[in-house]
Design a protein around this ligand. Structure first.
Ligand code: UDP
Ligand code: MG
Length: 149
């Protein structure tokens, strides 16, 4: 069981994808633990994207994510980091299969709606960047025994 940290970027909120994305993760057995809507500061977003700081698209990515509301969420489930990446699709929506979030709802790489942690290690780091420990609610989902053997 591992954590997934997902940020829904601006166009994910603007296009009304939030409910859809929560539903998809819930449907695939992920237990929501925390969620927040906010406008993140450029500084905070730079920290979030720090591994990409040397890429030419970095300033544009930070500016775009800072230009309005984002939604961040943490979910827990078996292999959820790996499964979550499959559900997002490829980085470039043009390479993403139908049935994935980016494949179904997005067109261009710089407007791909969603972020998903790429490893459990980066998920842990990102969770602590966006949430305080006491904001993560631990509980047993009533669906647990129907989803997991
Ligand atoms: N990105 C971009 N242009 C590129 C590559 C990436 O605008 O040529 C943006 C895109 O929004 C992507 C984000 O930078 O989601 C982070 O890139 P990463 O390689 O981590 O892809 P991801 O993990 O989101 O699939
Ligand atoms: Mg990434």
């Amino acid at each position: 069981v591992a954590n997934l940290k997902g940020t829904i970027k601006l166009d994910g909120v603007q296009l009304g994808l939030v409910g859809e994305i929560i539903k998809l993760f819930k449907q695939k057995g992920s237990r929501p633990m925390a969620m927040n809507f906010l406008r993140a500061s450029e500084e905070h977003l730079k920290q979030h994207c720090i591994d990409l700081k040397d890429h030419p698209f970095f300033p544009g990515l930070v500016k775009y994510m800072n230009s309005g509301l984002i939604m961040v969420m943490v979910g827990e489930g078996l292999n959820v980091v790996k499964t979550g990446r499959v559900m997002l699709g490829e980085t470039n929506p043009g390479d993403s299969k139908r049935g994935t979030i980016r494949g179904d709802f997005c067109i261009q790489v710089g407007r791909n709606s969603t972020h998903g942690s790429d490893s459990v290690k980066s998920a842990d780091k990102e969770i602590s960047l966006w949430f305080k420990p006491e904001e993560l609610v631990d509980y047993k989902s009533c669906a647990h025994d129907w989803v997991y053997e």
